[in-house]
Design a protein around this ligand. Structure first.
Ligand code: UTP
Length: 294
């Protein structure tokens, strides 16, 4: 079976970054473990992948990231105590958030040399099959379906490589990775160009890369020989651009929900407000308190 015809079974979660934009919170604690309401950001993203049918979860970790591994493991002492105290709801919640035994893998990036390098570190675990890549600090909220589910549907129809995108105001394009596409209004459109943080007035569209990808395994070979790019880091966008220029099909899948960048303080605070407000148990009280505050 060719790689293009294979099912998307594995998802990679790069969690080895230093989270410098969120210091001092991230000095001793992974930013991916910062909680959005009562779940770590990484749990929200793993849940999105599970809802899309992902079967194996590959975490690229680093020093200080041990709590992520612990989070996706059983905690027998805690479970025994909850059982003794009759806390069935909490027990059920813990069980529901845990991938099955043997369905997680952890590898170390050793040094935070960039997102491209983190992805390359997953090459042996992913092997010769297309895979999903989810940036755990980018929460994709709302939309008709979970973002990754829409992307897998698009992949099953078109094959190739896929990048989730969403429109930003024209005067903000210089802050993002931007793609040019054949039809900016279409749900799925072929990508014609990619540029990281284009200078004002030069962006090929207003569609920014939002942090969900489906990639063919040949990206690993490209990353292997990838020179350091912006910020002295091995950049994923440079590798994807090289593949796209080499004639490999890349598609943009437009996400019609909201994106919260929990790697920034404002994005994280907004995510907590939005996810809290939609909760049945918390929403009404939070709304009332916010109303008083504002
Ligand atoms: P970011 O650039 O948002 O994360 O990378 P960062 O480098 O931790 O954050 P700042 O800029 O210093 O605040 C997106 C994702 O890629 C991971 C990060 O952990 C994050 O989840 N990443 C980034 C790696 O795994 N390795 C790297 O070398 C860089």
């Amino acid at each position: 079976m060719s790689a293009a015809a294979k099912r998307i079974r594995k998802a990679v979660f790069p969690v080895a970054g230093l989270g410098t934009r969120f210091l001092p919170a991230t000095k001793a604690m992974p930013k991916e473990m910062l909680t959005v309401v009562d779940r770590p950001a990484i749990q929200h993203v793993v849940d999105e992948a599970r809802a899309a049918g992902i079967e194996h979860f590959v975490f690229v970790t680093g020093r200080n990231k041990g709590s992520i591994e612990d989070h996706f493991d059983k905690q027998p002492e805690l479970e025994r105590t909850l059982e003794e105290r009759g806390k069935t709801k909490e027990l059920e919640e813990l069980a529901a958030s845990l991938p099955e035994a043997g369905c997680t893998s952890f590898t170390r990036q050793q040094a935070p040399l960039g997102l491209g390098h983190a992805v390359w570190c997953a090459r042996d675990i992913v092997g010769d099959e297309p895979f999903a890549l989810l940036l755990p600090d980018m929460l994709h909220h709302g939309g008709p379906q979970p973002c990754l589910k829409e992307m897998i549907d698009a992949f099953n129809e078109h094959g190739g490589n896929h990048i989730s995108v969403s429109p930003v105001p024209e005067d903000e394009t210089h802050l993002y990775g931007i793609v040019g596409v054949t039809d900016p209004e279409a749900k799925v459109s072929e990508i014609t160009s990619m540029v990281e943080k284009p200078k004002a007035g030069t962006a090929p569209s207003n569609l920014h890369i939002t942090g969900r990808y489906i990639l063919q395994p040949e990206i690993f070979g490209v990353l292997e020989n990838q020179e350091r790019g912006a910020g002295g880091e091995i950049q994923l966008t440079d590798a994807m651009l090289a593949m796209q220029k080499d004639g490999k099909p890349y598609y943009a899948v437009r996400f019609d929900g909201k994106i919260y960048d929990c790697g920034t303080k404002i994005g994280f605070l907004l995510a907590n407000a939005v996810y809290g407000l939609e909760r049945k148990d918390l929403g009404p009280a939070l709304r009332e308190e916010l109303r008083k505050l504002l």
